[in-house]
Design a binder for this molecule. Structure first.
Ligand code: HEC
Ligand code: HEC
Ligand code: HEC
Ligand code: HEC
Ligand code: HEC
Ligand code: HEC
Ligand code: HEC
Ligand code: HEC
Ligand code: HEC
Ligand code: HEC
Ligand code: HEC
Ligand code: HEC
Ligand code: HEC
Length: 443
């Protein structure tokens, strides 16, 4: 305990020593204390204690020696008050209450403050013995800023730790009814928010907005060490996790109707940021929202509104946060594992068998054109040289153009019922037909 002022300490100690002695009784004293012009000051205060206003001084002061004007207290300590007031019981009793020091906070006679308090405000009262709980905090909690301590603490005794009026969550949701409603009504609830608001918030204020004990992501990573490990180990990182509101730019801290506490449906969520040309280092990223708006032929997972079918949002070891390996360039020597991303959902045979009647529609007669382009030890064309993995205007996700250095190489794909053609930046117009193979002139 700090700041214990001498005045209160002295009063607290002297109050219970048993007697008060005046040097001599007043000359015209006849047992009426407030009328004799001596103790009439009490009545001029805003709040006068009931027994004082009714001149029942003897409820507390027993006159032992009228001639010497000598009084003794009717009871010791809290007993004096408990003759009329209920005892303050509870699992946790405030130290001065347990010590019977009622007058550390109350004037037994009269006061200008309500509840006969010895200080004008609660903050001053509590501040007599406690360090300022708001000291140096950048943000103060509403009721604390308003100087209301007893909206949360019982000044006397309580069934709950720290003299709180309610158990943890209830202390808060009594006022924050909208949060309680949200947690009750939403389907997915964050474990700590159903019990312990204080796991994340400080009750008096904090150095972070929203009275947060720490800022996200650190706040979240203290408990979610699995995610912390992913982030630490990730070769490819996602700025969304650390910039701005970090974790809470995608997750709601309390409750949500979307699984994993996401703040909106999984695809909309991504498009809240990927709705402009973001930059990663010096690289400008494709505006995915615009791409999807302009390209109606969407890849299967995207039709299902899943971006996480292919991307690890929290970070990972592969290029572009992909969940599996996928070559990064226009060319790549063929190895099955390099296309693990596509082959997580598609059959690798479609590029591995040189001849086929059924594994792929990209064939000229039996000649597998996927094999021709992709399955090469030198200059194997990666899937991106023909397909846009997200969406396209043409069938089969065939892209209009593909970046080739600084040039956007056109593909010029046309589909027919039994095959198709392209006139890309790579060679002259070639056709393919599944039913009767076309003889294309070599370049
Ligand atoms: C509810 C109990 C209670 C009642 C009723 C009460 N007193 Fe007191 N009085 C105290 C206590 C306790 C003290 C000890 C000082 C303190 O803690 O403020 C005290 C102290 C005093 C003192 C010492 C000086 C001072 O003010 O501290 C005087 C004088 C006094 N009382 C007069 C009266 C008179 C006159 C009345 C009736 C009009 C009266 N009291 C009614 C409890 C009471
Ligand atoms: C740490 C300061 C503090 C101490 C010590 C303290 N009180 Fe209080 N008391 C308050 C405050 C503040 C209020 C008004 C707010 C409230 O009721 O929560 C109050 C209100 C009261 C009230 C009026 C409201 C009610 O609860 O009925 C009574 C009576 C009371 N106290 C009696 C006592 C008695 C008796 C003691 C000693 C056993 C005591 N107090 C010790 C701070 C204190
Ligand atoms: C003789 C009975 C009696 C005694 C002894 C007594 N009180 Fe009271 N007190 C009352 C009555 C009656 C009221 C007014 C009705 C009520 O609020 O319960 C009152 C009211 C109060 C209040 C509320 C004042 C307000 O804001 O209206 C406080 C605080 C209080 N008492 C504290 C004390 C403390 C502290 C003691 C001991 C030093 C004490 N009382 C001793 C009878 C008593
Ligand atoms: C007369 C001195 C005094 C006053 C005035 C006082 N306290 Fe205390 N308070 C103590 C002491 C002594 C302790 C116990 C030591 C500690 O934990 O610091 C304590 C403990 C506490 C605790 C911790 C209880 C626990 O179990 O952890 C809270 C909360 C508290 N006080 C709140 C208040 C509030 C709110 C006020 C103002 C309404 C107040 N105090 C006024 C002396 C005081
Ligand atoms: C919104 C509710 C609320 C308000 C208002 C509030 N407190 Fe607290 N207070 C708490 C909670 C909850 C704790 C327990 C903190 C914990 O366990 O981490 C606490 C703890 C305390 C403690 C124990 C030591 C500490 O700092 O942890 C003291 C002393 C205290 N408060 C004093 C005050 C004072 C003085 C005021 C008024 C300026 C006040 N409180 C206002 C909720 C509140
Ligand atoms: C007595 C009512 C009351 C209690 C109890 C209470 N609060 Fe508050 N709280 C408020 C008020 C009023 C505000 C300020 C609202 C505003 O500025 O719009 C606030 C603000 C907040 C804010 C910041 C909101 C913002 O928009 O900046 C958070 C976070 C918060 N409270 C959490 C808590 C937690 C956690 C608890 C429990 C320890 C709690 N509150 C208990 C009344 C309360
Ligand atoms: C897991 C950590 C965590 C827990 C537990 C938690 N909160 Fe929050 N709370 C936050 C974060 C983070 C924010 C800020 C969100 C933002 O920036 O949009 C916040 C914001 C708030 C706000 C202000 C914004 C709003 O959503 O209205 C209030 C009020 C609030 N919390 C109250 C509570 C209450 C009451 C509880 C307990 C029922 C609680 N919080 C539990 C982390 C938490
Ligand atoms: C006090 C510890 C704690 C803190 C702090 C915390 N969480 Fe949690 N969180 C949990 C627990 C416990 C669960 C439920 C068990 C689980 O799924 O791991 C959970 C569940 C989750 C889930 C749902 C997991 C799922 O599979 O559905 C998400 C998402 C989440 N937390 C995000 C966050 C974010 C974002 C923050 C920071 C604002 C945060 N957590 C802060 C403890 C915490
Ligand atoms: C860019 C949006 C985004 C951000 C930012 C984000 N998450 Fe997630 N988080 C998701 C999505 C989407 C899921 C759903 C899981 C999935 O399908 O991969 C998820 C799932 C989770 C899960 C449950 C599943 C699991 O992997 O354990 C936890 C816990 C979680 N996130 C915590 C966090 C934490 C902690 C942060 C901040 C460091 C964070 N998230 C930042 C989007 C995000
Ligand atoms: C809060 C904003 C935000 C949200 C929400 C967001 N992102 Fe991002 N994302 C970024 C930023 C900024 C970058 C560029 C910086 C970087 O590479 O991290 C980026 C980059 C990426 C990259 C490219 C990484 C690379 O290395 O080139 C991918 C892939 C990605 N995000 C996928 C997603 C997916 C999937 C979602 C939804 C689950 C999502 N993002 C949600 C902000 C966001
Ligand atoms: C079927 C797998 C798959 C799905 C589903 C998917 N992506 Fe991608 N994404 C990729 C691949 C592959 C790349 C690398 C493209 C390249 O370099 O050719 C990529 C690249 C990206 C990039 C980086 C773009 C750039 O300019 O470098 C972003 C941002 C991105 N995706 C966001 C998303 C979003 C948002 C969604 C959901 C709407 C999504 N992705 C769904 C596979 C997928
Ligand atoms: C998460 C699973 C998944 C991954 C990973 C995936 N795809 Fe797909 N893909 C699908 C689904 C589902 C369809 C839709 C099948 C349908 O409509 O019959 C599809 C369809 C296609 C189609 C068009 C098929 C048609 O008949 O219209 C192409 C082309 C394609 N994917 C290419 C790729 C490429 C290239 C990759 C790797 C970069 C890849 N996919 C990764 C699930 C996936
Ligand atoms: C040289 C261009 C080219 C490359 C490189 C290419 N594809 Fe294709 N792909 C096509 C064409 C053209 C079709 C459409 C065939 C049809 O329906 O006529 C197609 C069709 C598909 C289909 C639909 C099913 C089928 O086979 O007919 C899938 C799935 C597919 N490709 C996946 C891939 C994957 C995975 C890669 C990379 C490993 C890849 N493609 C590389 C041109 C290409």
């Amino acid at each position: 305990m700090t700041n214990l002022p001498m005045s209160i300490a002295a009063v607290a100690a002297s109050a219970w020593l048993g007697s008060i002695v005046l040097a001599q009784p007043p000359p015209d004293y006849k047992g009426d204390c407030t009328d004799a012009g001596c103790h009439d000051a009490y009545g001029r205060k805003a709040v006068v204690h009931d027994p004082v206003s009714t001149d029942s001084c003897d409820a507390c002061h027993e006159e032992k020696d009228p001639a010497g004007h000598k009084f003794e207290f009717a009871e010791e300590g809290a007993g004096l008050c408990e003759a009329c007031h209920d005892e303050h019981s509870g699992k946790v009793r405030h130290s001065p209450v347990a010590d019977g020091e009622c007058t550390a906070c109350h004037d037994p006679h009269a006061s200008d403050a309500k509840n006969l308090l010895v200080a004008a405000t609660e903050v001053q009262l509590c501040g007599e013995c406690h360090e300022d709980v708001t000291e140096d905090l950048a943000y103060l909690h509403g009721p604390v800023a308003a100087g209301a301590c007893t909206v949360c603490h019982d000044p006397h005794a309580s069934e709950h730790a720290t003299l709180l009026l309610h158990s943890d969550k209830d202390v808060c949701v009594r006022c924050h009814t909208e949060i309680q409603t949200r947690i009750t009504e939403k389907v997915v609830k964050h474990d700590p928010a159903t019990e312990e608001c204080l796991a994340c918030h400080s009750p008096h204020g904090a150095d972070n907005r929203m009275n947060l004990r720490e800022k996200s992501p650190d706040l979240c990573l203290d408990c979610h060490d699995g995610i912390a490990d992913v982030m630490d180990e990730a070769a490819v990182t996602h700025d969304a996790l650390t910039a701005g509101r970090a974790c809470v730019s995608c997750h709601t801290p309390h409750a949500s109707d979307v699984e994993h506490l996401l703040s909106s449906g999984p695809m909309d969520l991504c498009l809240t940021c990927h709705n402009k040309a973001l930059t990663a280092g010096k690289r400008k990223l494709v505006d995915i929202k615009k791409l999807l708006a302009e390209n109606p032929v969407r890849h299967g997972p995207i039709q299902q509104k899943s971006c996480t079918g292919c991307h690890n949002v929290h970070g990972g070891e592969h290029f572009r946060l992909l969940i599996e390996e996928y070559p990064s360039g226009f060319y790549s020597p063929y190895e099955e594992k390099r296309y693990a991303l596509c082959f997580a959902c598609h059959e690798p045979d479609m590029v591995q068998d040189a001849e086929t009647n059924k594994l792929t529609d990209f064939r000229n007669g039996k000649q597998n054109l996927h094999y021709v382009h992709v399955h090469r030890s030198v200059k194997g064309r990666t899937c991106r040289s023909c397909h846009n993995t997200h969406a396209s205007r043409r069938p089969k996700h065939i892209t209009e153009t593909v970046p080739f250095g600084e040039w956007n190489l056109p593909v010029n794909f046309e589909k027919t019922d039994t095959g198709g053609s392209c006139r890309p930046g790579c060679h002259r117009l070639y056709r393919y037909d599944r039913q009767s193979a076309v003889a294309n002139l070599p370049d």
